[in-house]
Design a binder for this molecule. Structure first.
Ligand SMILES: O=C(O)CCC(=O)c1ccccc1C(=O)O
Ligand SMILES: [Mg+2]
Length: 361
């Protein structure tokens, strides 16, 4: 399960300076609350393969964070998968917000032809405000294709109620790509798909947490639980494993971020650019699927030039992210460097995760 190069790397040395050269913990302020946070900490380092990032959310325990470390080490120490395209299209990510905030958020994603809207922050009780947010995006980006992400926010019966309401939206089959993880359990995803099919509703289901946090991501495909899978390079232990999951599931895949800095977003772009677009993906997305890698726009600043919404140099300005590595800007890196306590906390966390990885070697 743990690849040979990783076994060698994590058993070869205790020295964090060798594993994570030039490491630095940064803290980036966000423009809006997302996933309950308003700033994002990340440990970045310059491996022999290039700059990489280790950034599991702070509340994640070592067993889960260890997979993120495997992903971070892969991106920093190994060659990236060969890209089939120079850049990948992005979706704009619209967080849980009042409809009045939608136009301003849309302007942070110039060139985006697809938007992903967070819903279900308060389960089915937020249905009216969710629908108002969806209508606001439809009104301000009428040509855009949309996705909704419920982050497992409903029990099955409420997810059915949601789908019934969504199916009533005008021409929904023309612009809705999928609803992401409406329910938590993979069995319930499968039941919901059956319920949708029995009614002939024009709604597809995507699996995110059922891939990224599952012991067995292949159950999604085995149970027929999704039309599309969401894959994230760092949480899945790196691009290699993520590509294996995509191949093993045999379903169209959308690459998304884990709210990384501009460094880690490029691991996602390289993964996405390495995935062929088959006829099933072509039928849904009419080309390479837009990636959820535009989340740099949710930060008030970043450590690389070109990630934030205001920079349009062939990056986000045209709704594309280059499928190539990048490096931090030294001044920005210094500006966003976190305090000594944060550095000590992240070093301790790396050591805990290394123990988990070594136990699996
Ligand atoms: O996919 C996107 O558009 C943005 C990324 C995103 O939503 C996300 C970011 C961090 C953690 C979880 C998620 C998620 O997809 O649920
Ligand atoms: Mg999601």
């Amino acid at each position: 399960m743990i690849p040979d190069w990783l076994v060698e790397l994590v058993t070869g040395t205790e020295d964090l300076d060798a594993l994570l050269p030039q490491r630095r913990v940064v803290e980036l302020p966000m423009i809006t609350r997302f996933r309950g946070i308003t700033s994002r900490q990340a440990l970045v380092f310059r491996g022999p393969g290039g700059w990489s990032e280790f950034s599991p959310f702070v509340e994640y325990a070592a067993p889960e964070a260890a997979r993120w470390l495997a992903g971070a080490l892969e991106f920093g120490h190994r060659p990236a998968p060969p890209p089939l395209r120079d850049a990948v299209p992005l979706n704009g990510t619209i967080p849980d917000c009042p409809p009045q905030a939608v136009p301003g958020l849309i302007t942070r994603y110039p060139g985006a032809g697809t938007f992903k809207i967070k819903i279900a922050a308060r389960g089915i009780t937020s249905l009216d405000t969710d629908l108002a947010r969806i209508r606001a995006v439809r009104a301000h980006a009428p040509a855009a294709r949309l996705r909704f992400d419920a982050n497992a926010g409903y029990p099955l019966a409420d997810a059915q109620q949601l789908c019934a309401a969504i199916a009533e939206l005008p021409e929904v089959g023309d612009w809705l790509e999928y609803i992401e993880q409406p329910v938590a359990a993979v069995e319930d995803l499968a039941r919901l798909r059956e319920w949708i099919a029995a009614r002939g509703l024009p709604i597809r289901i995507a699996a995110d947490e059922s891939i990224r946090k599952a012991d067995d991501p292949y159950r999604v495909a085995a149970l027929g639980a999704a039309d599309v899978i969401i894959v994230k390079a760092q949480p899945l232990g790196g691009a290699q494993h993520a590509a294996e999951v995509v191949n093993g599931c045999g379903l169209p895949a959308v690459v998304s971020s884990a709210l990384e800095t501009g460094i880690g977003l490029r691991a996602g772009a390289l993964l996405a650019a390495s995935l062929p677009v088959d006829s099933a993906a072509e039928a849904i997305f009419a080309g390479p699927p837009a990636c959820g890698l535009g989340t740099g726009a949710l930060f008030a600043g970043d450590i690389i030039a070109g990630t934030t919404h205001s920079d349009g140099d062939g990056g986000l300005g045209c709704g594309l992210l280059p499928a190539g590595r990048t490096a931090p800007d030294q001044e920005l890196l210094d500006w966003y460097t976190a305090d000594a306590a944060a550095h000590a906390w992240w070093d301790a966390r790396v050591r805990d995760c290394l123990q988990v990885l070594r136990a699996g070697c």
